[in-house]
Write a protein that binds this ligand. Structure first.
Ligand code: NAD
Length: 496
């Protein structure tokens, strides 16, 4: 789809809808009637309000999900029929993609080019991927003795709770609700209070596509209230979460305190980017290095926020990265004149500024950037920032910022590069540049991360799992393996 500024401008003038809940295929206010403001990161002004729901709303949504699941309108629907509804839903999302993307940008500040591709269009593609898989996955017959028939059957787990962050809510949400729904579950989504409007629009479209009542619900409000209510609910079977490690820890605790529901966590990262002097194309590696951390202001779970470059090319490499940072156009995410938008909220802006200050106090050098931008307009913009002379003990190396800040340093040996890669508690993603195939295999095996990208950044798609190890989480989104999170294996043992 080619983008046109006047169409975008017309869409941004539309009044932003109130962020209601969606329960039993109806948009409803919070039971208490409470609302909370939605602030746009573009200018810091109030965009609309959101239902400030509580446990009562969550009870209603989970009850609707449970009713629909037990009634079997979706869970026992013929797989080919479920597939048809999901494909219709994906078509509706594509048809309304620009409107949905603009609404999402007004809510979370991602630039419109990236938002269109990464949000509605990616969500539609994900829904299609899982819809297409529904009627192509068989059960199993095991090799038992002759007088027995033993079947392995995949069953939906029941009610799935989905809790998502504000960065790429449709992309990440779809990675969870698409396989969960395709497997026959009912779902309750808790969108981030920082990015819920586009999620609600997409969930409404599911109803329009023919999703039976109660199968896909959404409850808005503060994570500490409705997220907790979902996490502690006795009638939720699986929780699928993407967000910070702190909240992930809470979810494990909620599970232990309630019904021991399965909890899948896609958490943060501090992903390393190792550049060896024999990288196949140094200039491309440097350009992709800049993109890997500055795209969407570093608000990308797999952002390569720690750079280590072999000493012999370090200086020249850093020059190219700085030139790339300098060339970035940061500003209004709905203007095609800019390439990168705003940070999602005031707290993210403050966290970014504080992290840079702290790094400088701890001895890092601000090699480029370091300042807020366009403060006069009230929005949440920040320069791409490069810190050098960092060391393993600094907070900037150990803590995720989720902002446009790169921490860089040289290395002298392969062993040192691997040690740098593994120096944090995280293990989500990593990048490695070398033309030596043996080294690529050796180093990628030694790096503790769920994903290793070799001689590219962001080469992955829906066919390929994304999941972390260590404190970056467990289980995987994307790929056919994602079904495993939302299904139980049932063994049927039949004496013949
Ligand atoms: P967050 O953890 O603050 O919030 C995520 C969600 O949890 C939101 O919907 C929020 O309302 C909810 N929540 C907050 N408190 C809760 C509570 N007490 N109980 C239940 N739910 C609660 O994360 P964020 O700031 O929205 O997103 C940024 C984080 O997400 C970063 O750490 C980033 O690395 C991570 N992330 C990870 C991936 C991945 O695939 N691994 C992808 C994107 C983002």
């Amino acid at each position: 789809m080619s983008l046109n500024q006047s169409t975008i401008d017309a869409l941004r003038q539309l009044p932003a809808p109130i962020g209601l809940n969606f329960i039993d295929n109806k948009a409803v206010a919070a039971a208490s009637g409470d609302e909370m403001p939605v602030i746009s990161p573009i200018d810091g002004k109030q965009l609309t309000v959101l239902a400030a729901s509580d446990g009562e709303d969550m009870n209603r949504a989970v009850a609707a999900a449970r009713r629909s699941f037990e009634a079997g309108h979706w869970s026992r629907m013929a797989p080919a029929e479920r597939k048809k509804i999901l494909l219709t839903w994906a078509d509706l999302i594509d048809r309304n993609a620009l409107e949905i993307a603009v609404l999402g940008v007004r809510d979370n500040g991602t630039d419109i080019r990236m938002a269109l591709k990464g949000e509605p269009q990616s969500a539609a593609a994900t829904i299609r991927f899982y819809a297409e898989a529904i009627d192509k996955r068989n059960g199993e017959i095991t090799p038992t003795r002759e007088d027995v028939l033993s079947l392995i059957h995949r069953e939906p787990v029941g009610v799935v709770g989905v809790i998502i962050p504000w960065n790429f809510p449709l992309m990440i949400g779809s990675w969870k609700w698409a396989p969960a729904l395709a497997a026959g579950n009912s779902v309750v989504v808790k969108p981030s209070e920082e990015a819920s409007l586009s999620v609600l629009r997409v969930i409404e479209l599911a109803a329009e596509a023919g999703m039976p009542s109660g199968v896909l619900n959404a409850v808005n409000g503060r994570g500490s209230i409705v997220g907790e209510a979902l996490g502690l609910h006795m009638d939720v079977d699986v929780l699928a979460f993407t967000g910070s490690g702190g909240v992930g820890r809470r979810l494990l605790n909620y599970s232990a305190r309630s019904n021991m529901k399965r909890v899948y966590l896609e958490l943060g990262g501090k992903s390393p980017n190792l550049v060896f002097a024999d990288a196949p194309d140094i200039e491309r590696a440097a350009k992709e290095t800049a993109a890997s951390i500055f795209r969407n202001n570093g608000q990308v779970c797999v952002a390569a926020s720690r750079l280590a470059v072999e000493r012999s090319i370090y200086k020249d490499f850093m020059e190219i990265v700085r030139t790339e940072a300098l060339a970035m156009k940061i500003g209004d995410p709905l203007s095609l004149a800019f390439t990168t938008g705003a940070l999602a909220n005031a707290a993210q802006l403050a966290k970014t500024g504080a992290a840079v200050t702290r790094a400088a106090e701890q001895g890092a050098v601000v090699y480029y950037g370091g300042h807020q931008l366009h403060a006069e307009g009230g929005g949440f913009y920040h320069e791409p920032t490069i810190l050098t002379s960092v060391t393993a003990d600094m907070d900037i190396v150990q803590q995720e910022i989720f902002g446009p800040v790169l921490a860089a340093r040289p290395f002298d040996s392969e062993d040192e590069a691997v040690a740098i890669a593994n120096e944090t508690v995280f293990g989500l993603s990593s990048v490695l540049w070398t033309r030596d195939l043996s080294r690529a295999h050796r180093v990628s095996s030694r790096i503790k991360s769920g994903v290793v990208q070799i001689n590219c950044y962001s080469g992955a798609d829906i066919t390929t799992p994304l999941g972390g190890v260590r404190q970056s989480g467990n289980g995987s989104d994307r790929s056919l393996h994602a079904f495993e999170k939302y299904e139980n294996l049932k063994a049927k043992w039949i004496q013949l």
